[in-house]
Design a protein. Structure first.
Length: 205
C-alpha cells in the first residue's frame, strides 16, 4: 500500500499495531479523523496521552486506577472482607457489569503457566496471601478462567491460604470449561458469582 503522505502512512502504521486492526481498517480510521474537526483529533490524542502517562495500578488490588487506590477499594459501601480473585482487569469489568458482587477484587495479572515460563512469583499472589495472613479477608472467591492454568493457580493459592482462618469458594460452573470471564454473558456470570460453591467441593469433580 503506497501513501501520498508520510504523515498518514505513519499514523496508519501506528494504529494498525492495535489488536484486531489491520492496515485497511487503520486507513479508514485515519481518513475519518482527517474529516473531523481539528479539535476532535487533538482531544483524542490528548486523552490517549494522558491515559498512558497518568493511569496507575491500585496499591491494594492491582486494578487500574487514577490514584493510589482505585474507586472500588475506596468505596466504603463495598464489603472489605470479601475478595474476588481474577486474572485480569477485564475480568473486573465483566463482573462489575453483572451488579452481583459487592466485595473487593484482587487482580493477579496472569495465571501460573510453566509452559509459558510463568510461575507464582511472576503474578500478584504474595500480596493476596499477606492480606489473608493479616486477617483482612473473610472469604476468597476464585474467579479465574476454567482452564488447566486457571485451576492450577486456584489450587496453588488454596494450598497457601488454607492454614489461615478464611473461607474459600469458586464461581459455579455455569461457565463452560475453557471460557474466559470477559466473553461470558452477564446473566450467567452473575449467577456463577451468586451461586458460588466451597472450593474444596470443586476438587472432587
Amino acid at each position: 500500500m503506497e501513501f501520498s503522505s508520510k504523515l498518514i502512512e505513519k499514523a496508519v502504521n501506528e494504529i494498525s499495531n492495535l489488536p484486531g486492526i489491520g492496515k485497511k481498517t487503520a486507513l479508514r480510521l485515519v481518513l475519518h479523523l482527517l474529516k473531523q474537526s481539528e479539535s476532535q483529533s487533538v482531544n483524542l490524542a490528548n486523552a490517549i496521552s494522558e491515559m498512558r502517562l497518568k493511569v496507575n495500578f491500585c496499591d491494594n488490588c492491582h486494578n487500574i486506577s487514577d490514584s493510589d487506590n482505585c474507586e472500588i477499594c475506596s468505596n466504603p459501601r463495598r464489603d472489605q472482607g470479601l475478595i474476588c480473585v481474577v486474572e485480569d482487569i477485564r475480568d473486573v469489568m465483566a463482573i462489575e457489569k453483572t451488579s452481583s458482587f459487592n466485595g473487593l477484587y484482587h487482580v493477579l495479572g496472569g495465571k501460573i503457566s510453566p509452559l509459558d515460563g510463568i510461575g507464582p512469583d511472576d503474578i500478584n499472589i504474595d500480596s493476596l496471601i499477606e492480606k489473608v495472613k493479616n486477617n483482612e479477608i473473610r472469604e476468597v472467591i476464585f474467579a479465574l478462567s476454567t482452564t488447566m492454568e486457571g485451576d492450577t493457580t486456584n489450587f496453588y493459592i488454596f494450598r497457601k491460604i488454607s492454614k489461615y482462618n478464611v473461607l474459600t469458594s469458586t464461581i459455579a460452573r455455569g461457565i463452560s470449561i475453557g471460557d474466559d470471564l470477559e466473553y461470558t454473558d452477564e446473566v450467567t456470570l452473575g449467577r456463577s458469582i451468586t451461586d458460588r460453591i466451597p472450593f474444596e467441593n470443586s476438587l472432587k469433580n
